[in-house]
Design a protein around this ligand. Structure first.
Ligand SMILES: [Zn+2]
Length: 94
């Protein structure tokens, strides 16, 4: 019974998405991305043995440009954003 409860509980996934926007450095296209912070990041240990979560994503625009934009996010135990890195583009505010 708990299996089904966990799988379909709407509370578990509510508000679990971290949204961001990036700008391709080659063509300037703005690309929207999303991280499901409950499922996508993998847990890691920092040098002090403290748990954090890390997630890497590669984004490609819809246009004719094939520039790959790689983003890397880290989150703390409460799934709050700690740090972000990008190559191939830059972050823009939503
Ligand atoms: Zn581009």
């Amino acid at each position: 019974m708990s299996f089904w409860t966990n799988l379909f509980s709407p509370l578990r996934s509510k508000g679990a998405f971290f949204s961001f926007s990036v700008k391709c450095k080659r063509c300037g296209e703005i690309i929207q991305g999303q991280v499901n912070v409950n499922n996508e990041p993998s847990s890691e240990l920092d040098e002090n043995g403290k748990t954090y979560y890390a997630c890497r994503k590669v984004l490609i625009g819809n246009g004719h440009c094939f520039q790959q934009i790689e983003v890397f996010f880290t989150f703390d135990e409460g799934r709050r954003l700690l740090d972000k890195k990008i190559s191939g583009g830059e972050f823009v505010e939503n």
